[in-house]
Design a protein around this ligand. Structure first.
Ligand SMILES: Cc1cc2nc3c(=O)[nH]c(=O)nc-3n(C[C@H](O)[C@H](O)[C@H](O)COP(=O)(O)OP(=O)(O)OC[C@H]3O[C@@H](n4cnc5c(N)ncnc54)[C@H](O)[C@@H]3O)c2cc1C
Ligand code: SF4
Length: 485
């Protein structure tokens, strides 16, 4: 609408022909596969300012508001982050003001700026994304701003005296949903204790998303600040049974359940239980533990790896396997490249790093030796039909096309399901058809004292939507406690 106006178009051309859109510089493939360090370099002030100067500062919000169906960066961001304002302050060098605004609605902007798929969120809704000039690189500016603020000694606000409110909340799971809920509760002066099954906090931010996408120090730093502010984190503390849940119900005024969607889907292939077949999360956790210990002594070293699946977690496993020293790394996907569900950017990155892709192959059976070790995978070639009226192409197996791809390790990256814990019944938490926890708009479950959000409710989704759910639940809990913001 904006850009269709001839005068505005001319003004935009005048401005945007001069400032080129840039993304953060990527390390070259040879250097980046030799370590697990992040592949993108952060913007400098000059780059962030220049990219911030590309922002139109659209006058959309005052006209239409964020609840309208007119898209702009804030409506594209699930948190409705006040992007326009903090970009303006950043480019003017007003770091303190920009930092405060950037942290107001987002519980951890320096993390989301690194992991959000911005092209389908804030940047996908940026007015400039509908022009030949391309969107403002919001994620890059968000990371620059927050890192610059930390460098200058600024810290996120986590509230005053936690005993004042007299209220205590338990959070089960320390991923982005739990971490976000804890953030907004702490800010309001509420005592919070997190119970986490793993040996480190952060959920999939720590043990799912690989280190080359987000350095784990960035997650731990946030947790350290929250702990300094009074958060209690109980690691290696799985809530397993009904007694434990009853204990939490007795000891806490509210509970937020943020257990994610941890169950990897099976393939149904013959010999799926053979030695050498792994779920994608087992492999990613194994590799990240190696990175934490810096010993790089991995079951994947010098092995021929096949990853089955074409989504983002498949890309992560492929690229992590290259770095840990696999002999060869192959991706098998049953549709074609255009139909891959994973991000195109990650596909390019994986190719640059030496991953081989085989499209239009459908794995059928795993071959094994006498000791039940994987020796290969039998595949059939596939063909896509012409698109039907809905645009969907049917997948057909090509008869007689069976062939075996030799390999030592098979990684299944076929998606995730929710898990119904036995204590859901004790706590009277209702679940849906897919074991997803049922909540209302305020993130309250069928038990008025228990809330939930993130992947436990949505099924496998995103860090930013989990952060949104954590924030919504925190606001409801705060309101229940009679605290007014
Ligand atoms: C490989 C991979 C890569 C991804 N990459 C991206 C990305 O780049 N960008 C993005 O936005 N999203 C990405 N996602 C999705 C994103 O990580 C998730 O949507 C998000 O982490 C979900 O947050 P959550 O807090 O609901 O759950 P999780 O992050 O899954 O956290 C749940 C936590 O609960 C703990 N837990 C579970 N059960 C119990 C229990 N009974 N007691 C105590 N603790 C328990 C778990 O150990 C875990 O730490 C990725 C996911 C995967 C698997
Ligand atoms: S939180 Fe994610 S979607 Fe929102 S502004 Fe930041 S990068 Fe964009």
């Amino acid at each position: 609408m904006y850009y269709d106006n001839g005068l505005i178009k001319d003004v935009m051309k005048e401005k945007y022909a001069k400032i080129e859109r840039r993304i953060q510089v990527k390390r070259d493939a040879k250097s980046r596969v030799s370590d697990f360090k992040p592949i993108y370099k952060e913007f400098t002030f000059t780059e962030a300012k220049e990219q911030g100067d590309r922002c139109l500062q659209c006058p959309i919000e005052p006209f239409y508001g964020i609840e309208s169906n007119i898209e702009f960066c804030r409506t594209g961001c699930p948190l409705h982050n006040d992007t326009l304002e903090w970009i303006k302050h950043t480019r003017e060098g007003k770091v303190e003001d920009a930092f405060e605004l950037s942290n107001a609605l987002s519980p951890f902007p320096e993390i989301l700026g690194r992991v959000c798929p911005q092209d389908s969120l804030c940047q996908g809704s940026c007015t400039l994304s509908r022009t030949e000039f391309g969107s403002v690189t919001i994620g890059g500016i968000e990371v620059y701003l927050n890192e610059e603020a930390f460098e200058k000694g600024l810290r996120p606000y986590y509230g005053e005296d936690k005993s004042k409110s007299g209220k205590k909340v338990a959070i089960i799971g320390s991923g982005p949903a739990g971490m976000s809920c804890a953030t907004f509760l702490l800010r309001t002066g509420i005592e919070v204790e997190v119970f986490e099954r793993a040996d480190r906090a952060g959920g999939l931010l720590t043990y799912g998303i690989p280190n080359f996408k987000i350095d784990k120090d960035v997650i731990q730093r946030r947790y350290d600040w929250m702990i300094e502010a009074g958060l209690k984190v109980h690691l290696n503390s799985e809530i397993k049974n009904e007694e434990q849940m009853q204990g939490l119900l007795n000891d806490f005024d509210a509970i937020f359940v943020a257990v994610g969607a941890p169950s990897g889907r099976k393939s149904g292939m013959k010999n799926e239980e053979a030695k050498g077949v792994y779920q994608v999360m087992d492999i990613l956790t194994h590799i990240q533990k190696n990175v934490f210990e810096s010993f790089y002594d991995s079951i994947l070293q010098k092995k021929n790896i096949v990853v089955v699946g074409g989504g983002d977690s498949a890309m992560d496993a492929l690229r992590a396997s290259v770095r840990i020293g696999a002999e060869s790394v192959k991706c098998l996907y049953r549709r074609d490249e255009a139909n891959m569900p994973g991000s195109k950017k990650e596909l390019v990155n994986a190719r640059e790093e030496g991953v081989e892709f085989q499209f239009l192959v459908s794995p059928k059976e795993i071959t094994i030796d006498d000791d039940n070790n994987v020796t290969g995978i039998i595949c059939q070639n596939t063909k896509l039909s012409e698109p039907d009226s809905s645009g969907r192409q049917k997948l057909n197996i090509i008869e007689g096309s069976e062939h075996t791809i030799p390999c030592d390790i098979i990684v299944l990256a076929l998606g995730f399901d929710n898990v119904k814990f036995p204590w859901f019944d004790t706590a009277k938490i209702e679940t849906g058809k897919w074991n997803d926890i049922i909540v209302n708009d305020e993130k309250r479950t069928s038990n008025a004292k228990i809330f939930s959000g993130g992947d436990a409710v949505r099924g496998a989704d995103l860090a930013v939507t989990s952060a949104l759910d954590g924030r919504t639940a925190a606001y409801t809990i705060i309101k229940d406690f009679g605290i007014y913001l």
